[in-house]
Ligand binder design. Structure first.
Ligand SMILES: NC(=O)c1ccc[n+]([C@@H]2O[C@H](COP(=O)([O-])OP(=O)(O)OC[C@H]3O[C@@H](n4cnc5c(N)ncnc54)[C@H](O)[C@@H]3O)[C@@H](O)[C@H]2O)c1
Length: 465
């Protein structure tokens, strides 16, 4: 269901809706009520927004709202993060860097952007968007601590008429458990005294092709009024808003999006192994299959998955299903395969070194690119970390080069990015991440390259996983 937007909320480029014909008093009454509801939503959407958690998702969200003309209060529990934002020492798309620079220039009271660690400031905002981390622990069990703390803070400072929107990826039922229920305990009934919704984030850090302004949002509110107001706020920075009947539907939508991706990446990795077993390169086969205009969507093999989403989010679903004694064997198998992928890379490194009569112990191995994906400096859950650790444990002399990542900490050791790797000699070069505009021409003539990205056509003698 697409939310019926009042005229002012229809995405740019869409044609104006015809004026509704008013035929009877009751209909006119409905039309008047609808107009009042639309006006309420529009008025709310233009008012101030607090963004809780200014990380990879929250900071660009805050900057997009500022660009849309909202006053924004950015709340983060970490003073170090707030200082980094003030210094502009943060990982953002170039367009967001420009927005940040503009918002920090001149008189802070005139920019409309307040940076604070004081949760009492939440009461000054008409809308509170919660974008805090939802990782898993080392046993792959959801770590709800940051989200529970942020929701408790939002509830403690909530004021009547406010809208609270949870956007962190999470288990089904979180919005009710951490917002609707605790607000009711404070005497604030969602949908009547205060408005509550869930809307999953769809920001893709490092991706300038799919901006917030070009990516539709999904929302499910606690009651129609919550949904309507939340859709209007989200529409400030999204071209359209797809409405679902409940927060639970919206929570499950995000889990489905990322579980779908995880399972397909695991399948692509397995397919790549199958191809190698048959002496084939999977890349041209995937490209050929992708010419089919229906029923196929390309996913690409690689050294594993990293970041805050794909390695974590499906575990929120599996964890919840386990508690209900529901098995989901396909998702389970995919996540196990994903977790084991870096070890497979290490096995292949061993194999290639052994083919040349070398042992891992003492071998000089260079990783090219260690961020978890192209275009970001983010090392969270990067497969490169596990690969480097395992190679080091086997006695390899591990080095790396990455234009976006100056240092990597492995246990007590700090490795520094090689700035002229082409001037050295390496027993094996493992290409893990290729950043946009990376100049890897120096690899072209080498026979010692293991391409874990499957995309380095410019290195004809490379090996693949
Ligand atoms: N990074 C992505 O690619 C991405 C994409 C879509 C959705 N998400 C989801 O968005 C959510 C946020 O992820 P992220 O990558 O932005 O996280 P992040 O770690 O980059 O940033 C989170 C920020 O929240 C702050 N914070 C933590 N607890 C807080 C609290 N109680 N009060 C105030 N601030 C607090 C931290 O200091 C940090 O600055 C997660 O649920 C994630 O799954 C992430």
């Amino acid at each position: 269901m697409q939310f019926p937007m009042p005229m002012e909320l229809v995405a740019a480029g869409s044609s104006p809706a015809p004026e509704p014909a008013v035929e009877a008093g009751t209909v006119a009454g409905d039309a008047a009520a609808e107009a009042a509801e639309a006006a309420e939503a529009l008025e709310h959407a233009a008012a101030s927004v607090a963004v809780v958690g200014l990380g990879y998702v929250g900071l660009p969200t805050a900057l997009a709202l500022l660009a849309a003309g909202n006053e924004v209060i950015g709340l983060d529990a970490s003073e170090a993060r707030l200082d980094a934002i003030r210094r502009r020492d943060v990982d953002l798309l170039p367009s967001d860097h420009e927005r940040l620079a503009a918002s920090l220039a001149g008189d802070p009271s005139a920019s409309g952007f307040t940076l604070t660690s004081d949760p009492a400031r939440l009461a000054d905002a008409r809308t509170v968007l919660i974008c805090v981390p939802t990782p898993v622990d080392k046993h792959q069990v959801p770590d709800l601590s940051a989200m529970a703390a942020a929701c408790a803070t939002a509830v403690a400072h909530a004021v009547p008429g406010q809208l609270l929107v949870l956007t962190s990826t999470t288990y089904v039922g979180t919005t009710r458990d951490l917002l609707v229920g605790p607000l009711a305990a404070r005497g604030l009934v969602a949908g009547r005294d205060i408005f509550v919704a869930f809307s999953p984030e769809r920001i893709d850090p490092g991706n300038s092709r799919h901006t917030q302004e070009s990516t539709p949002r999904v929302v499910g509110g606690s009651g129609a009024r919550s949904t309507r107001i939340a859709a209007a706020v989200l529409h400030r920075t999204a071209p359209s808003v797809h409405v679902l009947p409940s927060p639970e539907d919206a929570e499950m939508t995000k889990l489905w999006e990322n579980t779908f991706r995880a399972v397909n990446i695991a399948l692509a990795n397995e397919f790549a192994e199958d191809c190698r077993g048959l002496g084939l390169d999977p890349s041209p086969i995937i490209a050929a299959a992708a010419t089919k205009p229906y029923g196929f969507m390309p996913f690409y093999p690689g050294p594993g998955v990293g970041g805050h989403c794909i390695p974590c989010d499906p575990h929120y679903l599996l964890w919840q299903l386990r508690a209900k004694r529901i098995s989901s064997p396909l998702i389970d198998a995919a996540m196990t395969a994903i977790a084991g992928r870096p070890r497979q890379v290490v096995r292949r490194v061993r194999e290639l070194l052994a083919d040349r009569g070398l042992s891992v112990s003492g071998a000089r191995v260079l990783l090219v690119g260690v961020a978890y994906k192209p275009g970001v400096a983010d090392l969270r859950e990067s497969p490169a970390l596990e690969i480097m650790e395992e190679l080091q444990e086997d006695g390899a002399k591990v080095h790396f080069t990455d234009p976006l990542v100056p240092v990597v900490r492995l246990g007590s050791e700090v490795l520094t990015s090689e700035t002229a790797p082409e001037e050295d000699s390496w027993d094996l070069i493992l290409v893990h991440t290729v950043h946009p505009d990376a100049d890897l021409g120096w690899l072209a003539g080498l026979t010692t390259v293991l391409d874990a990205t499957y995309r380095l056509d410019s290195v004809p003698a490379r090996s693949i996983l």
